[in-house]
Write a protein that binds this ligand. Structure first.
Ligand SMILES: [Zn+2]
Length: 274
């Protein structure tokens, strides 16, 4: 994707620790800690240790700039697309963190992976995930990352459209396996919305050769069947919550072909493969 030098979003909240310097909050904590324990050296060691291990690398800095440009594009795109439906888009916030951080939906940590919290209308993104996407899931490339962000923004769009509330309401009445199937439909729709985003990136002239393939590879790589096969050696379709590799790439492509909300109904369709 063409992104270098382009404007970023004002909705990125950077919670990564950069270096070992004591911040204002750090000093307040230090004072309180000293009052309680009487020994400031202990905490100083802790602060500087964590500062060293979570320092921001130049490569991470570049990725965070990229994330900001992608988020900015989603703001432009969803404002335009939703205006067609007389809906004013209220942009989502995105927290960048390392290791773990607090969200209104609970603790965000590297093992959870990127997610959208509807309670604080914020996406939580651990930059280490992008390394994982490349190394563990075998989905390299900038547009693989853009797909992941666009999928999470897709959940926010679902929230804006009232679909998430309806999903939470319906899910309460279902048994586990039906609730999982409903979750698959929600997730495939977020993939579709990521496809709509990709259509508009192309429309704006920022898509490069191979970008769509990178997104499709990423969508397949995070398919439930693929992940279960790799981690457990077999698949358990009843436990799927996000859809198979084939379904995820299919719905991403459907959104990319449509470029609007016209084909987004994953909830009433009988075959999720079509
Ligand atoms: Zn999702």
């Amino acid at each position: 994707m063409k992104w270098v030098g382009r404007s970023g979003s004002g909705k990125v909240i950077d919670r990564r620790v950069s270096g070992g310097a004591l911040s204002g909050i750090g000093i307040i904590i230090l004072v309180i800690y000293t009052l309680i324990s009487g020994d400031p050296r202990l905490l100083l060691t802790n602060l500087f240790n964590s500062g060293t291990t979570t320092a921001v690398t130049p490569q991470e800095e570049q990725i965070s700039e990229f994330v900001s440009v992608v988020l900015n594009d989603t703001e432009t795109i969803w404002t335009t697309v939703l205006r067609e439906y007389d809906i004013a888009y209220d942009p989502v916030s995105l927290v960048l963190y390392k290791n773990n951080t607090q969200s209104d939906c609970g603790l965000a940590s590297s093992n959870v992976g990127p997610f959208y919290c509807s309670l604080d209308e914020t996406i939580y993104l651990d930059l280490a995930f992008f390394q994982e996407l490349q190394n563990r899931f075998g989905a390299p490339g900038d547009f693989a990352m853009a797909y992941v962000i666009a999928h999470e923004v897709g959940h926010h769009v679902q929230n804006e459209l009232g679909i998430l509330d309806e999903f939470y309401r319906l899910r309460q009445q279902l048994n586990q396996s039906d609730a999982n199937e409903l979750s698959v439909r929600l997730e495939l729709q977020a993939d579709y919305l990521a496809g709509v985003y990709a259509f508009h990136v192309q429309d704006m002239g920022y898509l490069e050769a191979g970008d769509i393939e990178e997104a499709l590879t990423a969508a397949s790589a995070v398919g439930d069947d693929k992940i279960q096969m790799e981690t457990q050696g077999q698949v358990y379709p009843d436990s799927f919550t996000h859809g198979t590799a084939q379904q995820r790439s299919r719905w991403l492509m459907k959104g990319f072909e449509a470029g609007d909300l016209s084909d987004m109904d994953t909830f009433s369709t009988t075959s999720l493969h079509n």
